[in-house]
Design a protein around this ligand. Structure first.
Ligand code: XMP
Length: 319
């Protein structure tokens, strides 16, 4: 019977048979797939697992601490947290082209990850959160962004250079199965059912050049939007929601003062497959509340707008 329990038992046995007493390395992003792999490996081989979590400075508010608290503190997983914000931001300096930004973020991730990996002795395996749709995607003839996404997620080059073998325990599973076993393994529901977050993170949600203060502003605005969606029970009704930082300046008033500052756009979509999407028809009162909170609580934002573009013609992300 294909129940979450049976899938887990079967995976544990297979992982143990595959890696034996060897040590395994996992790049933990905090996303669903790598999180479930971490939980599975922890249960299967415990002490033989080391995770590397790279904070690229482009994560959501409090994300790094959350990953550490869930895995390191509560589950006893060995996680090395690498604070690489400066390295990422300095590489991104002066870069405005979206694909160029993706490439830089992906390559810098590989560099940082390799640096950490090379400090570890005795590692024989690299674990990856590849799921069944990824397997099909890379076998098929899809071009464009799908490939770019893959190139970011897969730690290219590393296995050969370090002579690591691949262990991919989710290779035969669909996303909904991965989620179910994640919950069964004790991961928090909110983590397992979180909206997708792109590998390049806020790097593609800050239009144009990425600056630390824009990232800080965006993190705060995004956090308010998501917090209110959860509070209004709307979070699970939309497929993906986030804020975008627009580096254009618009005039506003704060008290008696004129403010000439950047704009925040809110994006929320409903979709099954993320190939097409409808903009979420969120209640006006809800949008009003979010806008007021952002204007009041986030310094240096002059205006909040709501994106009413479907996909097509728009993509879900703005870059
Ligand atoms: P678009 O913007 O193409 O997004 O309509 C479709 C889905 O893909 C996600 N996305 C990415 N994910 N790396 C990722 O890992 C990327 O470079 C990337 N670009 C878009 C997007 O968040 C949405 O869920």
């Amino acid at each position: 019977l294909w129940t979450p329990d049976n899938i887990i038992e079967d995976s544990l046995a297979r992982i143990r048979a595959q890696v034996g007493t060897d040590h395994v390395l996992l790049g933990l992003s905090g996303g669903v797939d790598s999180s479930v792999v971490a939980a599975l490996l922890q249960r299967a081989i415990g002490e033989q697992l080391t995770c590397v979590f790279v904070d690229n400075g482009l994560l959501r508010l409090g994300e790094g601490d959350q990953v550490m608290s869930t895995f390191a503190r509560h589950m006893g997983v060995r996680v090395i947290r690498v604070d690489a914000e400066e390295r990422f931001l300095s590489r991104l300096k002066g870069v405005t082209d979206p694909e160029q930004k993706r490439k830089i973020i992906g390559n810098t991730f590989i560099e940082v990850f390799e640096d950490e990996a090379s400090k570890l002795q005795d590692v024989k395996w690299l674990a990856q959160g590849t799921i069944y749709p990824d397997v099909i995607e890379s076998a098929g003839s899809k071009t464009g962004k799908a490939k770019v996404i893959k190139s970011h997620h897969n730690v290219g080059g590393l296995p050969e250079e370090m002579n690591l073998k691949l262990v991919e325990p989710l290779r035969e599973l669909f996303k909904d199965e991965v989620r179910k076993i994640g919950v069964e393994l004790g991961l928090p529901y909110e983590m397992v059912y979180r909206h997708p977050f792109p590998g390049p993170g806020l790097g593609v949600r800050i239009l144009g050049e990425v600056h630390k203060d824009s990232a800080d502003t965006l993190r705060q605005a995004d956090h308010i939007f998501i917090e209110e969606l959860r509070r209004a029970d709307l979070y699970d009704q939309v497929s993906q929601a986030f804020a975008v930082f627009l580096p254009v300046r618009s005039v506003g008033v704060v008290g008696d003062n004129r403010l000439y500052a950047p704009v925040i756009a809110l994006r929320a979509v409903e979709t099954i497959d993320f190939m097409t999407a409808r903009w979420a028809h969120l209640p006006y009162d809800f949008l009003d509340l979010v806008c007021r909170r952002i204007a009041n609580e986030v310094p240096n934002v002059s205006r909040v707008v709501y994106d009413i573009t479907g996909k097509p013609p728009g993509t879900i992300e703005w870059e």
